[in-house]
Design a protein around this ligand. Structure first.
Ligand code: NCD
Length: 309
């Protein structure tokens, strides 16, 4: 496999099938190790910096936990308001600064393309932890790890992606990975929030079967797995538009009762109202397992970037 050593992680399209197999293998190794012990000191003396210009719970904390499980250190910009960003420092200057203190930068930023900009401003690896409505490649990797674990394979799957396909960076990254496995996809969204045309066209160009619909039940009944997403309120310039589409698709007990067969449900979280808490005890509800997998996959990525796997 093309080694990840010293590489940036910026976009879902940078991975080959071989890369994904290798990452999943290392993540699974670490998952097993963590059942036996608290961690593996592979990255002693190394430091990552987490720079989050947008809210985060899982991504940031799982990266920090992953680094600490590997014996490395974490420095973190508390908040944008408490740093020199509040004084008007450019992203490039902040990145140059942080590069003097850390070995890898994990960045979340509201501007699409910001991770690439950051990578261009520094010789050290940059990991895109979400660039606006653009990409979120490490989430996509933990999603495919979860799909593989829950369903036993990544091949010949039919998957429904539901919700805000226009602004959801997790689905933008995930479809890039799924395109390597020739899965059939249902895109379920309100008309206003359809998957960007260029992404759909690109996937079709790769020979993928894609069905766009507003009928979540039909899509779910044809799928092995349903990937719910939150309507990305923060991306709406006009909140009256958000009001029109909020609550468009909801999985609750009534929905589950009407399903023809068991289905696996993922969600990158946080959820607002897309999945009713009643669903949490359903055997196919895998979203809490999914978030735990984030630690193993991010450990794998860090170990590989530092050339320790
Ligand atoms: C997602 C994100 O930030 O893009 N969350 C995450 O990283 N787990 C999804 C979202 O915010 O809706």
């Amino acid at each position: 496999m093309a080694s990840l050593k010293g590489k940036d992680i910026l976009h879902g399209n940078q991975f080959s099938k071989k890369d994904i197999d290798a990452i999943l293998k290392v993540a699974s190794e670490f998952e097993k190790e963590l059942k036996k012990k608290d961690g593996l000191p592979l990255l002693k003396g190394k430091i990552i910096a987490t720079l989050f210009y947008e809210p985060s719970t899982r991504t940031r904390l799982s990266f920090e936990a992953a680094m600490q499980r590997l014996g490395g250190g974490v420095i973190s910009m508390g908040s944008v308001e408490s740093s020199s960003v509040a004084k008007g420092e450019t992203l490039a200057d902040t990145i140059r600064t942080v590069s003097q203190y850390a070995d890898v930068i994990v960045l979340r930023h509201p501007r699409t393309g910001s991770a690439r900009e950051a990578a261009d401003a520094t010789p050290i690896p940059v990991i895109n932890a979400g660039d606006g409505a653009g990409q979120h490649p490490t989430q996509a990797l933990l999603d495919v790890y979860t799909i593989h674990k829950e369903l036993g394979s990544l091949k010949n799957l039919t998957i429904s992606l539901v919700g805000d396909l226009k602004n959801g960076r997790t689905v933008h990254a995930l479809v890039e990975l799924l395109s390597l496995f020739q899965s059939k996809l249902y895109f379920v969204s309100p008309g206003l929030l359809r998957m960007p045309e260029e992404i759909t066209a690109n996937l079709k160009g790769k020979g993928m079967k894609i069905v766009e619909t507003e009928d979540m039940m039909e899509a779910a009944n044809a799928s092995h797995l349903i990937y719910m997403t939150r309507i990305q309120k923060e991306r709406f310039a006009d909140l009256s538009e958000y009001e029109k589409v909020k609550g468009s698709f909801i999985i609750d007990q009534t929905f589950l009762n009407k399903l023809k067969k068991k289905i696996t449900i993922l969600h990158p979280l946080p959820r607002v109202d897309e999945i009713h808490p009643d669903v949490d005890t359903y055997s196919g509800a895998a979203y809490f397992r999914q978030m735990r997998n984030g630690v193993f996959v991010r450990m794998a990525l860090l170990a590989m970037i530092f050339g320790k796997r």
